[in-house]
Design a protein around this ligand. Sequence first.
Ligand code: DHB
Ligand code: FE
Length: 279
Amino acid sequence: MAHIIGGLGTSHVPSIGVAIDKGLTGTPDWKPFFDGYDAGKAWMRAAKPDVAVVIFNDHGNSFFLDRVPTFAIGVADRYRPADEGWGPRAVPDFEGAADLAWHFADRLVESHFDPMICREIDVDHGLQVPMELFFGRPEAWPVKVLPIWVNTIQYPIPTPQRCWEMGRVLREAIESFPGGERVVIMGTGGLSHQLQGRRAGFLNREADLAWLDGIAADPERYRAMSREDYVEMFGSEGAELIMWLVMRAAMNPQVDLVHKHYHAPASMTGAGMVVLENA
Ligand code: DHB
Ligand code: FE
């Protein structure tokens, strides 16, 4: 059976990708941020996963506001990097874990979820940047990907509880999949940020630091919060953090927090990373 070897959480800010493209990772502004990922990259090299499940949101690139699925699952054999306005970035295409993805889609429907099923779609910085942060910039990605899109863009976004329930189904789907795949799960987005409105520029370091420990030790607290609580505590775009709950719910109740990193600001965000292993 396939099995989960780790749960990762990370920011997915687009300017991280731009910094890599422009060779700025060693500058005084960026070095402290990228240095914090060395441990995550080393963990990944040692873990040798076969598949990365990446939970992220599209940012008006593959879905626009005219049609936004609450949850979507990628079942394609291949995903191209999306053109976000400056042409597709020079990252390799992503090979899809299509068989596992179809199995997961089926388990979701059996569990009374109704996801959109995507057979052809591009992936934006929400998936690209986390992959680069943990795998660097290889000629070909060493894993297949299973993309899960969550609407965190247009209200009504799903509840934290619903994201949690999806994570339970994800675990069940992985563990009932007949293969020996080693699977890592990446929850992406956050941490605190707000890009719009009267609180544009909002950042909450205290809440971010509490999140990085709490997502490991006390996730129930974050599962029980409302969507409005997320917006208030983390900002309107910081509510992307609900996507980490899909990852966390797929892990054991008890996990070891083996790596964490925080740097703020990155772009206009609190940027954070965790690596979790089942205890
Ligand atoms: C920005 C964009 C994002 O998608 C995000 O999650 C954080 C920040 C930005 O444009 O700064
Ligand atoms: Fe985002």
